[in-house]
Design a protein around this ligand. Sequence first.
Ligand code: BES
Ligand code: MN
Ligand code: ZN
Length: 504
Amino acid sequence: MKISVIKNDLDQIATELLVLPFTSGALKNEAEKTLESLELDTKVLKDFKADAGEIIVLYGSSTRYVAARVALLGLGEGKTIEDWRKASVAFATKAVDLKIEKIAIDCSSIAQLAASTEQTVSGLAASLVIGCFAGNYRFDQLKSGKLDKKKSPKKPKDITELLIKVDADALEDTEKGVAEGKIVASCQKMVRDLVNLPANYLQAEDISKTAVESGKKHGYDVKVFNKKEIESLGMGGLLAVNKGSVQPPTFTVLDYNPKGKHKAVVALVGKGVTFDSGGISIKPSENMGEMKSDMSGAASVIGAVEAVARLGLPLHVIGLIPATDNMPSGTAQTPGDVITTYSGITVEVGNTDAEGRLILADALTYATEKYNPDVIIDLATLTGACIVALGYAVAGLFSNNDKLADEIYQAGQQSGDKVWRMPLWDLYDEQIKSDVADVNNTGGRGAGSITAAKFLEKFIDGHKNWAHIDIAGPSFQPKGGSNKVNGGTGFGVSLLVELLKKWS
Ligand code: BES
Ligand code: MN
Ligand code: ZN
């Protein structure tokens, strides 16, 4: 998609879709005038409320403009980046539906809007671009097209051109935002592709390869530990989960350390279970295929590190990814096993389906021990319980630091990757006590996402600035859910970029 920021009027630009965004506040004063000037019927305003993401396409004919269609686009109050993203997802989705390739959007009032909503012009422009790419996203790399050749000879089209019209004084900031938005959008796309790829296309070694390629391309170091090295390190959690598999595990460390001074050392840990069958504690077969997405945390960490590297943020960011599938077999770990993790802490495996916390335990210890980070954040599709609590749109946030929790919450509100904090009180430790080992990996029926977090907390060696984000819900939208788009969402990239920008 080619994106150009332009100053000249849009009247004479032969675009297929001319998008006119309105906030609900500005609708009353401006919409009528605008429609009249385009010789379009103002009756449509009876139905258009400018809710964020609301879109109405109009077909007129006038000598005043040459666009084939005009769309009224709602920005809602336009107060949050999320409103803008919703709106841009909406027009891009509409364009894809209508097989439109060239779009122009009138953002003449972007500076005014930014000023009145405490946003920046570049921030608004970036979210516009991120939303547009998101709306244009499809996962079709595994479709051969062989079956629908006759029915629909036309393949779905990509948006090829987006023109953003702004006033001259907003040009530079808008261009800056567009450049940033393109980076974030391309990292989100990578994450969505990785999440959508099934286990027969994406195993632990493929995750590592993706990280290595990203590092080569964008100038950061990636070290991959293979099975032998993982054994010598003594990562007993990762090895235990991998026991039932024919695929070797990997542990990948992405290291972006910019030249010059960095403001903080940030460790990002991502759960990389390429397929979670549950192991011997096998899952029910219904919807088990969705467990190809159990490496969403890993994907988001690769996406975030790449984004930070491409944005050149002055932070030392380390991504740590333990990866394996979780399979049942004669060699698999069995419920009741006691394993020794990398930290030396022993774990009774009450349930082999609580595998994420076993592999994360090793990675968290490794992160604290090797990098002495100022902050540790892990992202994991850790519990179904978190979906029960918060649904498919919101991630669970757990932190031992109120300031960090608040910053992550705010970044969520700003970016649209929403999180909601859950408690980490010590009273929950009772549930994960073991009679035979230091700790049990399952905590019984109640508070499943909290006991999972309490388990992880044991492996950060008393670190005072840690957050765990349970992304089981928002990272992947199941088929037939309330969301229009199924599959991987790229959740976490925007959230982490927003947060890390604040620290830069
Ligand atoms: N990967 C799952 C959690 C999950 C469930 C993610 C649904 C996305 C959608 C995790 O490994 C798991 O199986 N958790 C168990 C824990 C239980 C055995 C203590 C769960 O949530 O049931
Ligand atoms: Mn599991
Ligand atoms: Zn899992």
